[in-house]
Ligand binder design. Structure first.
Ligand code: IMP
Length: 432
């Protein structure tokens, strides 16, 4: 048995969905441990497209158990709509297939309103560019100890009491600070009690279930959302999401002991993208950036926003290797680089004559970082038919080899196209 964590190494959208889908094949359990419906991944199975924001894509496999850990923030209406969509597609979700942690916090309607209101109130240059899904305000309440957990809606009197306190406070904020309309206690109470009725059989103790699975020798896959540079502690704060996106949170966010994790796979897109605001040292503002955006189909799966594009950044990759304890890289979208005359990789940064090998702590300095590039010749061939490392042109192999040298990390998997089969699997992380 092996337990494997998958994380994004950049600013999210590295192509985790496809890698998670592939590795789910070898897993018995698939666990989300942070984030919420700010994430989104697109999967095409038997010609039908699915976009999941909350439910692990493992739900598409009949014999896999999916878990939503305590570290996730859940918008129950979104969860229920994903469950309905699956049922309509002939893949009904049942409590045997999905457990929701009783300790996961719920996104409430006022979180979404506050997310939007606080972004609108910010001046240009300080806006985060959030997905508007209420993620930050929900995690904020969790840390302030006023949040409402999934388990709370199963106890009507506890839920009423917590909701009342929250509504009083949030209405004060909405009306006084943001000049918005107050929200109705009764409407939210009724809607969430309805949700509770449907969700009750799914709400349970994820930590206990995972421990049982581990002892039974099951394979567990922990599916991270977003990416390392969006981590609330270690990313480009404040231009980050509100959760820890790094591998350590696979444990905290699900109630699983760190000594039971065997492998950490870092998903590294062969170039870099970012959605939303915030520093991005290797960003391209020229036709090469535009070409990557078009060729790579770089639009956010949740908001449809165009992703900003740039060269691969080895400083970012190395931060991810260090922070996550990455044991293998899954390098994605290599095919998108085909046809580029030369490829640049940022290997350090410079600002005011000072060299940086890691991200500086000061966000204003981070925003001014100038990348120091290394350049390599690109390859012109279409590589989407490569199924073996030796099928790749020598220049593509050199690019991969250089990434391995710069990060001191071996490659586990290479993705050369969106399809499941467009993959070169070098090592199966579930095999020890
Ligand atoms: P929030 O998570 O909605 O609060 O947004 C905070 C920042 O994280 C914004 O820059 C978002 O664009 C970014 N973000 C959140 N989720 C994702 C994701 O799944 N992929 C890429 N960026 C994300």
């Amino acid at each position: 048995m092996a337990n494997v964590v998958i994380v994004g190494t950049q600013w999210g959208d590295e192509g985790k969905g496809k890698v998670v889908d592939l590795l789910t094949n070898y897993a018995d359990y698939v666990v989300r441990f942070q984030g919420g419906n700010n994430a989104g991944h697109t999967l095409v199975v038997e010609g039908k497209q699915y976009i999941f924001h909350l439910i692990p894509s493992g739900i598409l496999y009949e014999n896999k158990k999916c878990m939503i850990g305590n570290g996730v923030v859940i918008d129950p209406a979104i969860l229920l709509s994903e469950m309905n969509e699956l049922t309509e597609a002939g893949l009904p979700v049942s409590p045997e297939r999905l457990t929701i942690s009783q300790n996961a916090h719920l996104i409430m309607p006022y979180h979404k309103l506050l997310d939007g209101a606080s972004e609108s109130a910010k001046k240009d240059g300080t806006k985060i560019g959030t997905t508007g899904r209420g993620i930050g305000p929900c995690y904020g309440d969790k840390i302030l100890r006023s949040g409402i957990k999934a388990g709370d809606i199963l106890d009507e009197s506890l839920f009423r009491e917590k909701l009342r306190e929250n509504i009083d406070e949030k209405n004060f904020l909405l009306t006084t600070k943001y000049g918005a309309k107050p929200i109705s206690f009764d409407e939210i109470l009724a809607a969430y009690l309805d949700h509770a009725e449907i969700l009750a059989p799914y709400i349970g103790n994820v930590s206990v279930e995972l421990d049982r699975a581990r002892k039974a020798g099951k394979h567990i896959l922990f599916e991270g959302a977003q990416g390392t540079q969006l981590d609330v502690d270690h990313g480009t704060y404040p231009f980050v999401t509100s959760s820890n996106t790094i591998s350590g949170n696979a444990c905290t966010g699900s109630g699983f002991g760190p000594s039971h994790i065997d492998q950490v796979i870092g998903i590294l897109k062969a170039y870099t993208t970012r959605v939303g605001e915030g520093p991005f040292p290797s960003e391209l503002f020229d036709e090469t950036g535009e070409a990557l955006q078009k060729k790579g189909g770089e639009f956010g799966a949740t908001t449809g926003r165009k992703r900003r594009c740039g060269w691969l950044d080895a400083v970012v990759a190395n931060e991810a290797v260090r922070l996550n304890g990455i044991t293998g890289l899954a390098i994605t979208k290599l095919d998108v680089l085909s046809g580029e005359k030369s490829l640049k990789t940022a290997v350090s940064y410079e600002v005011d004559g000072k060299r940086y090998e890691a991200m500086p702590g000061n966000i204003r300095t981070t925003a001014r970082l100038k990348p120091v590039y290394e350049e390599m010749p690109g390859w012109q061939e279409d590589i989407s038919k490569a199924r073996n490392i030796d099928d790749l042109p020598a220049k593509a192999r050199d690019y991969i080899k250089r990434i391995e040298e710069l990060t001191e990390t071996p490659t586990t998997l290479l993705s050369v196209g969106p399809g499941r089969e467009e993959t070169i699997l070098l090592r199966n992380p579930f095999e020890k």
